[in-house]
Design a protein around this ligand. Structure first.
Ligand code: SOE
Length: 383
């Protein structure tokens, strides 16, 4: 695993726990944790159970005893590490968004296509697909339960940047993160909306804004940000990005990505309205799915709160007795499980780098639209 911040912790517990609850065809061995600082890498490896550490990702990703490379670094380094690992014949799991630009993502998708021809696969970590209620929403839509999809409302709202004294961590710097709320959390909303509906965004129209344009520099990092130094620097990414979009299956969508949404902590919400019914997912209430059935008797219409805690639901039978609950971290365990199963079956794990490239093209189209004020911007540059 290359990197060991917040996502490093989340992925580590995924690798550790997946084989203990799921009957996997191969048992992941947590071999090497790579970090720039040997002391912090050693502390992370000790805490999360990695056998050894390295400060040199280039040599780590070509080692003969390594089969899989997991990339949990900031976006600016994804392309270089992923392409080197794929070219060295290693399967790759890479955190979202796939890259910082559509051009980098194109190179990564090309490297993944070359590797796939040799049975080596790459996947991008859009983890929320693996939350059982989200997977169940996809299953309902795919089965035609809510009919023809007409409208999608997707929002990913956080408020950790409302405080202007929160320092300038990497997620606020364009050269490291690519974009702000748009790529960090809007990418999740795009992937989840497309996953649930089975449709792809073909054109978008967006606006973006940075409300706090300067922040204290980071003295030491912890969690999403860290402690402030006396110096200040420019925020070079968006705080909020809003856009509307058209899907290839005919649906219309509205999207909100904000790290300035006062009072909202980790509110990834998706509502999908169809001709026969609707589903409504809320990450902050992730053990349930809202389901509306138009065929219900008129005096019993309304969204039903389905408890997605039963063995009949995706992933649940591996966990606790019926009715018990899961949390944020389980998505990462399910991701590790799905990745290992696909690799061992010799099949392409989803979402692929090609899927990650598509999301990156949507992000780029939103940025183009916001910069030019263009009402409808195709998600493919030359479309
Ligand atoms: C910060 O906004 C963040 O940690 C994202 O980077 C993650 O992808 C998301 O899962 C939670 O929020």
């Amino acid at each position: 695993m290359v990197g060991h911040g917040f996502m490093g912790a989340a992925h580590s517990q995924g690798w550790r726990v997946a084989p203990r609850f799921f009957d996997l065809p191969a048992r992941p061995e947590m071999a090497v944790l790579v970090g720039r600082n040997p002391d912090t890498a050693a502390a992370a490896a000790e805490k999360w159970g990695w056998a050894e550490t390295s400060t040199d990702w280039r040599s780590a990703v070509t080692r003969d005893d390594i089969d899989v490379v997991d990339i949990v670094t900031p976006g600016h380094s994804h392309a270089e590490i992923a392409i080197a690992a794929l070219d060295a014949g290693k399967h790759v799991l890479c955190e979202k968004p796939l890259a910082n630009t559509a051009e980098e993502a194109e190179q990564m998708a090309a490297a993944a296509a070359r590797a796939a021809a040799n049975g080596i696969f790459a996947m991008v970590g859009f983890t929320y697909r693996r939350v059982p209620a989200a997977t169940f929403a996809r299953d309902l839509v795919a089965a035609g339960t809510i009919g023809e999809i007409r409208q999608v409302r997707a929002a990913y709202l956080q408020d950790w940047l409302v405080d202007p004294t929160v320092p300038l961590a990497w997620r606020l710097q364009k050269d490291l993160a690519g974009s702000g709320a748009l790529g960090d959390i809007g990418a999740h909303a795009i992937d989840l909306a497309e996953f649930i509906t089975g449709q792809r965004l073909t054109s978008v129209s967006g606006v973006m804004e940075t409300f706090v344009t300067e922040r204290p520099l980071l003295a030491s990092s912890s969690g999403l940000s860290g402690t402030a130094s006396a110096e200040r620097g420019a925020v070079t990414v968006d705080d909020v990005a809003l856009f509307t979009g058209r899907f290839d299956g005919g649906a219309l969508g509205s999207f909100e990505a904000s790290r300035m949404s006062t009072g909202r902590k980790n509110a990834l919400r998706i509502e999908v309205a169809g001709s026969l019914g609707a589903v409504s997912f809320d990450l902050e209430d992730l053990n349930a799915l809202g389901y509306y059935d138009r065929a219900a008797p008129a005096d019993r219409q309304g969204f039903t709160r389905v408890q997605v805690t039963e063995p009949e639901h995706p992933y649940i039978s591996a966990w606790w007795p019926a009715g018990h609950l899961l949390g944020y971290e389980h998505g990462f365990t399910h991701q590790a499980r799905d990745f290992v199963e696909a690799i061992m079956a010799g099949s392409q794990p989803k979402p692929s780098f090609a899927d990650g490239l598509h999301v990156q093209q949507v992000l780029a189209a939103v940025e183009r639209s916001a910069a030019t004020g263009s009402a409808w911007t195709p998600t493919l540059e030359n479309a």
